[in-house]
Design a protein around this ligand. Structure first.
Ligand code: ADP
Length: 396
């Protein structure tokens, strides 16, 4: 069965077409600058990349061009759209009700529309991307896969914040967690590598946005992102967890409102805010290597917070079988991985720094020291494959 995976952002639309008979990616690409002017990069293995300017007034125009490229005589990989068995859509937020991947009908979309306040950045474009795809492919089933649904198994004492309970009841203020599809994929891979279904696993998804998740017996028990993706470890431009009074103190001192303080904590903090150099970890590492104090500090803060969360999850699970690194920084930054794992032998975490330093990119690698109680793995994430798999399983 062929499954098209769609991830719609406010001005972008990413797609991948999978052949689920063997898991191969037949084609993938990115539509950019939707609603502005437009450009598409379309890639098929064995064929030259196709990058052209396009005119995308909206998501519908973008998906129409994607389908015409997928079925194009020269660039195409399928003869007709009818070959697509189903479409899987990535949604960041499924709220409290959409607790697992689901075929999307009117009721589900109505619910997703009712919770856009919880997810103002990603919700509206994902819904509009879905509607465009549904309009262009009305006879195909469309499935929603939600980043939050992996956390449906978290206990109430881990997701309810210690604030007046009525605020949870009235406004649904609670921990939701994000990046769940990525954590679900790498945790399952790690359990497979361990050969143990009931494993205790901590997965560190470290990219522009970063989160850490604890998984026990294949179910998540806690995660570092919370009500929004702002919580947890410091990120490219997000602060991560803070003393709750810091935002209101900044507001008073700078004489600014809620939106502006959100902007500071979301877009001007994290690696960028501390280093003053960049939100991109590679730039911060380069500046730190040149002796730049604030860049060195930004990286030390990041490592410090990652270690703290790992320690707390070992305590929560009363043990650990595997620690996993994934996403842009986790998969590529060997130095950061080594710094996180250093001086963690009390917890059983010991890395073979030579294996780590020569770890090939794009592969699942065991970088733990021989005889270490806890395995340390580097596992490239593959959210799109997970979305395709859920979609296929739901429509089969
Ligand atoms: P997103 O959250 O946008 O999906 P990614 O998972 O692609 O982000 O991660 C982007 C981050 O990964 C950036 O901070 C980038 O600097 C970092 N990164 C990518 N390659 C390397 C590398 N070789 N060394 C250090 N950091 C890297």
């Amino acid at each position: 069965m062929k499954i098209l995976v769609v991830n719609a952002g406010s001005s972008s639309l990413k797609y991948q077409l999978f052949d689920m008979d063997n898991g191969d990616v037949l084609a993938k690409g990115l539509c950019e600058r939707i609603g502005i002017d437009g450009a598409i990069t379309h890639k098929c293995p064995g064929k030259p990349d196709h990058k052209v300017d396009a005119d995308f007034p909206n998501h519908k125009a973008a998906i129409e061009l994607v389908l015409s490229l997928l079925t194009d005589k020269e660039l195409g990989v399928i003869r007709s759209v009818d070959e697509i068995g189903a479409v899987g859509h990535r949604f960041a937020h499924g709220g409290e009700k959409l607790r697992q991947s689901s075929v999307l009908g009117d009721e589900e979309i109505k619910y997703l529309e009712s919770i856009v306040e919880l997810n103002p950045l990603h919700g509206p474009p994902a819904i509009s991307g879905f509607k465009a795809c549904k309009e262009v492919m009305p006879s195909i089933k469309h499935v929603g896969v939600f980043d939050t649904s992996y956390y449906a198994t978290i206990e109430d004492y881990a997701y309810i914040y210690p604030i007046p309970y009525e605020l949870y009841e009235e406004y649904k203020i609670r921990r939701y967690g994000f990046h769940g599809t990525s954590h679900r994929y790498v945790a399952a891979k790690a359990a497979e590598m361990l050969g143990k279904k009931d494993a205790k696993i901590i997965t560190c998804h470290l990219g522009n946005g970063s989160s850490i998740t604890a998984t026990m017996n294949g179910k998540s028990v806690d995660t570092s992102m919370g009500f929004t993706p702002q919580d947890g470890v410091p990120m490219g431009t997000r602060s991560g967890a803070l003393d709750p009074t810091v935002p209101s103190f900044i507001m008073k001192k700078l004489g600014i409102g809620a939106e502006e303080v959100d902007k500071i904590l979301n877009s001007k903090s994290g690696l960028l805010g501390v280093s003053g150099v960049s939100s991109d970890c590679r730039d911060v590492c380069a500046a730190a290597d040149k002796g730049e104090y604030r860049s060195q500090l930004a990286l030390k803060i990041l490592v410090h917070h990652i270690k703290k969360i790992i320690g707390s999850y070992v305590a929560e699970m009363n043990g650990l079988d595997a620690l996993v690194f994934t996403a842009g920084i986790g998969e590529n930054d060997r130095g950061l991985r080594a710094n996180v794992c250093r001086e963690m032998s009390y917890l059983g975490i010991e890395m073979d720094e030579e294996v780590n330093a020569t770890c090939p990119r794009g592969e699942d690698v065991d970088v733990s020291a021989k005889g270490a109680k806890v395995k340390t793995f580097v596992i490239p994430t593959n959210e799109e494959y997970m979305i395709a798999l859920d979609t296929m399983n739901l429509v089969k």
